[in-house]
Design a protein. Sequence first.
Length: 211
Amino acid sequence: MAALVNSSMYDYASALVAAHRARGDEIVGHGRTNAERQGILDEAAERMLILEATIRLTKEEGRAPEGWLGPWISHSHLTPDLLTEAGYKYLLDWCMDDQPVWFRCRDNRRILAVPYPQELNDIPAIVGRRENGADFADMIVDQFDEMMELSEKRPLVMGVALHAYIVGQPHRLRHLKRALRHIARHHDSIWLTTPGEIARHCMGLPNGIVP
């Protein structure tokens, strides 16, 4: 599991971040706060946002984060360049075709785009489209079953984006647990992992395997 962490969380929800750390979750950079969108900033301001968030996460976690998801998935044309220059190895701002893809960056750098779910995301599904908990769980199950069939021909990445204040509500949590149990029954046939592990695996493949 990966926890997307705004650096401001260390100021008002440090115990929550500590719980993710204790469980062994990957800590992914997620800006300073979701009250701002990095995609509308000029280059200097966006660079500072990334720098300040990275410094705080590195200090608190004892190591620099390898991955980044922009606050509100907000992304400028320069975001990949600025992330590589700040030491990031992958970003989560793009779905692509459920497969990792390399982005070419300036100065002959590159960064891996690891798919992040837009459909299986409780904010757009439940808050935006007003799906109920049962429908959201059915979406997860149907997505998983279909991708299991498709993955017989090529490897695919399936993620589910969850926010505790939404799916943590008991009437939704009951359905989410049903969907997760369905996935868990196939644990011998899938790789339950983190985006960082996916990125490191892709980086170890011969050039040309990942487009």
